[in-house]
Design a protein around this ligand. Structure first.
Ligand code: ATP
Ligand code: MN
Length: 473
């Protein structure tokens, strides 16, 4: 049948047509059935092919040779439809297809297919990660996530940043940003031993190796030669934290910029977040309207206000003062020198300023050794040029700093932290040869998607979440 040879048209492209095509030749569309209704002499089939939020309505007249087949179609079947595009008389859609032929590609037994027409809970759908992309929520999620990933590359590429790929397997631990997963080829049931312990020398790399917690240190290498770079890749944390904001495997965006200080980095972070939110709103309007309607009624208004206005900035010392004078009862203590907990972060961004806030200049004692030391602070209140970007509902979305470029200070900070300098020989070399001021941050991609879509749980913004005791699919 020649019609089967016609190329498939995406539903998105059909729905975007300004007017009916001239000549209006038969088209082929394929997709998965959402619903089927028949009323007397005509059947209506809603199909979706993932290209758009909207379904396409297929009208099948009783004279169509495939009418009997169409009446047996059920939710989840895949079909190929040939027909003519026409203006729809029904409400809710501009165009529909008047079918000449409908072929069943794959059946979905209605007695067994788990995604029936009714609404399912997000928890239930998590158990069905192989089918949930067919739902409105996870179809929209997949498209918004895609748009935001594209927006990230677009932002940096437009500014002349180089995309570098840092390793996933690493022998350094990025100052203990988090607990690490070990990578080994040793027989864990009977490992080789030496001096009473496991003989790491016999492991694949001749030393212990891990899944990376951050690409920062390697990105710094490239910043010290290419000036403006970023990484965007998977990172891993073996913390046993079962929260709505933590994954064991998540994606991180890490720009690293030479000849940049903390103020420049904060400006970059603001522009960056504004760009990706604007891009999601602009390129996925139907999906974003759906999230706004079903998950957070303030979503689009919040994102639009973020795109339009400057973020607030305050130092850690100012943040502590604001928390102490807030009159709030916090679960965790608020005291200069202690880290901010999620409840503190949320108070600052949600209640104190009512928009994103960038907190800078944290105590050196609670931050990593590579963050640049502020010199003008008293020794008992020593701070570093660190920043966290906090947003409502989520808290920390970005963590970053100006890096310590002065060799002697970096070495004494490592000594204070009790770090062996030997494995960092190459990191220290960067300060020995042509050291340059530089700064960088890490943005958690899933937390950003969570923020942009209003989803409560981080497990619902990544296709196949990895969390403690869960790696199905
Ligand atoms: P938190 O204190 O919220 O656990 P962190 O300070 O350990 O985060 P960083 O090491 O600064 O996180 O990582 C940079 C960014 O990566 C964070 O701002 C956050 O957006 C994201 N991130 C960190 N840990 C996780 C995780 N386990 N799952 C998802 N995103 C994460
Ligand atoms: Mn952090």
């Amino acid at each position: 049948m020649p019609t089967t040879k016609r190329p498939r048209t995406r539903i998105k492209d059909l729905l975007a047509l300004e007017q009916l095509p001239v000549p209006n030749d038969p088209l082929v569309v394929m997709g998965w059935v959402k619903t089927v209704r028949s009323s007397g002499a005509v059947a209506f089939v809603q199909i979706n092919d993932g290209s758009a939020f909207a379904d396409l309505q297929i009208v099948v007249d009783a004279n169509c040779p495939d009418y009997a087949l169409v009446q047996r179609l059920t939710t989840g079947c895949s079909v190929r439809v040939t027909g003519i595009l026409q203006e729809s008389l029904g409400r809710g859609q501009r165009y529909e297809i008047l079918a000449d032929a409908v072929a069943l590609l794959g059946d979905a037994d209605p007695e067994e297919y788990p995604l029936q027409k009714k609404r399912h809970t997000l928890e239930f759908l998590r158990e069905l990660a192989h089918l949930r992309p067919r739902t409105n929520t996870f179809g929209a999620m997949a498209r918004v996530r895609n748009a935001m990933a594209f927006g990230i590359h677009q932002f940096f590429q437009q500014r002349g940043f180089l995309y570098v790929q840092t390793p996933i397997i690493t022998a350094s631990d990025a100052e203990g940003a988090g607990a690490m997963f070990r990578v080994t080829t040793l027989n864990i049931n009977d490992p080789p031993t030496r001096n009473g312990g496991i003989d790491d020398g016999q492991d694949f790399f001749g030393r212990p190796a891990f899944l990376t917690v951050s690409g920062q240190l390697e990105a710094e290498i490239f910043a010290q030669s290419m000036a403006d770079v970023y990484t965007f890749g998977p990172t891993f944390r073996a913390e046993n934290s079962n929260t709505s904001r933590h994954l064991a495997e998540f994606w991180m965006v890490e720009p690293e910029v030479a000849f940049c200080d903390l103020d420049g980095l904060a400006d970059l972070a603001e522009d960056f977040l504004r760009h990706i939110f604007a891009h999601a709103l602009q390129s996925c309007p139907d999906d974003m309207a759906f999230f706004n309607r079903f998950y957070d009624k303030e979503l689009i208004a919040t994102l639009e206000s973020i795109v339009a206005a400057d973020f607030e900035r305050m130092t850690y010392t100012e943040a502590i003062a604001a928390l102490q004078s807030s009159g709030e009862r916090f679960e965790f203590p608020v005291e200069w020198g202690l880290d901010l907990q999620s409840e503190h972060e949320r108070y600052l961004t949600e209640r104190k300023v009512g928009k994103p806030v960038i907190v800078t200049d944290y105590p050196s004692s609670i931050k990593a050794f590579y963050m640049r030391l502020n010199e003008d602070t008293p020794a008992h209140r020593q701070t570093v040029r660190a920043m966290d970007v906090l947003v409502p509902r989520i808290g920390e979305i970005i963590g970053g700093s100006q890096r310590e470029e002065r060799l002697n200070i970096l070495q004494s900070r490592m000594a204070e932290a009790g770090l062996d300098q030997a494995p960092y020989w190459w990191y220290l070399d960067l300060r020995r040869y042509g050291t340059a001021p530089h700064a960088g941050f890490g943005l958690g991609f899933e937390r950003t998607v969570q923020f942009a879509t209003g989803m409560q749980n981080i497990r619902d913004v990544i296709a196949f979440p990895r969390t403690p005791r869960n790696a199905e699919f």
